[in-house]
Write a protein that binds this ligand. Structure first.
Ligand code: TRP
Length: 334
C-alpha cells in the first residue's frame, strides 16, 4: 500500500485478547472496511496493550494469530491497508515512554477504563495498565493520524492523546497531527446480552453475555433466546438500554435499517420472532467470515508474509516521526 498525500490518515487498533465478539465486529471492524477505499488506513493488533492484563503465553500467541486471521476474513485487505502487529514495530514502545514524560499522573488517574480495570483486576494493578492511554496515544501520533475509528468507550483515551499532542506541540512546535475520533452512530455500542447496561465484552465470565464471531448458528440462537425482554406486548425501542433495544440495535446495524423500520417490522410479532430474526441475520452475516477464517488460519505462511510486510511499512513511516521527536527533545542523533 502506498501513502497518498491527498488522503487523510486513519489509525485504529484492537486487542487480540481472546475471541472477537459481535460487539467488536459491529462496533469496530465492520466500520473499518469501507474506510480502506477513502483513506490511508493503518490497523494494528495491540498486543502490547493486551499484556496489561496477565495472559497465558500459549493462549495469547494463538489469540494473536486468530485475531489476525479474523480481520483478514472480515475484509481488512493487506493490499489496501497496513495491518500489522504492534509489538513488531518498536517505535510504539519508544514514543510511549517519551509521552509518559509529558503526561500527568492526575490525568491518567482519571481514566474511566483504568478505574474499571483496576477494580476488575485488583490483584494486578500494574504500571502498564496505568500507562495504557499513553501507549495508545503513541500508536495514534506516530502516523500523523487524522481520524480514529473507535467505539464510544475509547473516546476518553483519544481525548487524552489530543491533550498530550497539544501539550507537546505547545512546547516544541507543530510535531503531532491533532487526531479526531470517528465514532459510528449506530452500533457504536453493542451491549451484553445478559446485562444490557454493560458493554458486550469478551472478558465477560458468562459466555451467554456475548456472541463470538466464530459461534455456530445454534449457539447464536441459544444466546439470543436467553436475552431478557420485558413484559410489554408491543416491541418498541425505549432508548433506555434494555434487552430489546440491544436486539433492535444489532438488527439495524446488520441490515442497515433504521430503528423505526425495525419497530414497524416487529411491533406485533412477539419476542420469540424478534429473537429468531436477529439470530438469522447475525448467523447470515457471520457465515462468510467463518468460512474465510477456516482458510486463513490454515495458511500461516500467507499470514506471516502479510504481517511482516506490514510491520516493515509501519516501521518506515513511524521512524520518521520518532526521529523528529528525538531531535525536538534534544537527544543526540545515533
Ligand atoms: N484501546 C483500544 C481498545 O481496547 C485498542 C487500541 C490500542 C486503539 N491502540 C489504539 C484504538 C489506537 C484506537 C487507536 O479498543
Amino acid at each position: 500500500m502506498t501513502f497518498d498525500k491527498d488522503k487523510k490518515n486513519v489509525f485504529s487498533a484492537i486487542q487480540p485478547s481472546g475471541t472477537i465478539t459481535l460487539g467488536n465486529y459491529l462496533g469496530a471492524i465492520k466500520n473499518w472496511i469501507p474506510l480502506q477505499e477513502k483513506y490511508n488506513c493503518i490497523f494494528s493488533l495491540a498486543d502490547l496493550h493486551t499484556i496489561t492484563v496477565r495472559q497465558d503465553p500459549k493462549e495469547f500467541h494463538k489469540n494473536i494469530l486468530q485475531t489476525y486471521a479474523l480481520f483478514l476474513s472480515c475484509g481488512v485487505d493487506p493490499k489496501k491497508s497496513i495491518f500489522f502487529i504492534q509489538s513488531h514495530v518498536h517505535t510504539h514502545a519508544e514514543l510511549a515512554w517519551i509521552l509518559n514524560c509529558y503526561t500527568q499522573f492526575g490525568e491518567l488517574s482519571r481514566m474511566t477504563q483504568f478505574k474499571d480495570k483496576s477494580s476488575r483486576y485488583s490483584e494486578n494493578i500494574n504500571v502498564g495498565l496505568f500507562c495504557y492511554p499513553t501507549l495508545m496515544a503513541s500508536d495514534i501520533l506516530l502516523y500523523k493520524t487524522h481520524l480514529i475509528p473507535v467505539g464510544i468507550d475509547q473516546k476518553q483515551h483519544v481525548e487524552l492523546a489530543r491533550n498530550v499532542a497539544g501539550r507537546f506541540n505547545g512546547i516544541y512546535g507543530e510535531v503531532f497531527t491533532m487526531p479526531e475520533p470517528l465514532i459510528p452512530k449506530v452500533g457504536a455500542k453493542i451491549m451484553s446480552l445478559q446485562d444490557p447496561k454493560k458493554k458486550m465484552s469478551k472478558s465477560d465470565s458468562n459466555r451467554n453475555a456475548y456472541i463470538s464471531v466464530l459461534d455456530s448458528e445454534e449457539d447464536i440462537l441459544k444466546k439470543l433466546r436467553k436475552v431478557v425482554t420485558d413484559s410489554n406486548s408491543e416491541i418498541k425501542y425505549s432508548g433506555s438500554m434494555t434487552g430489546v433495544d440491544n436486539l433492535i440495535n444489532i438488527y439495524c446495524c446488520i441490515t442497515g435499517k433504521n430503528v423505526n423500520e425495525a419497530e414497524d417490522e416487529f411491533r406485533d410479532k412477539g419476542y420469540k420472532y424478534l429473537k429468531e430474526s436477529v439470530a438469522a441475520v447475525v448467523a447470515n452475516e457471520l457465515k462468510p467470515i467463518q468460512s474465510k477464517f477456516d482458510d486463513y488460519i490454515k495458511d500461516l505462511g500467507y499470514m506471516e508474509k502479510c504481517y511482516k510486510e506490514a510491520a516493515r511499512q509501519a516501521n518506515d513511516i513511524s521512524k520518521e516521526m520518532i526521529s523528529r521527536v528525538f531531535s525536538k527533545v534534544g537527544f543526540v542523533p545515533k
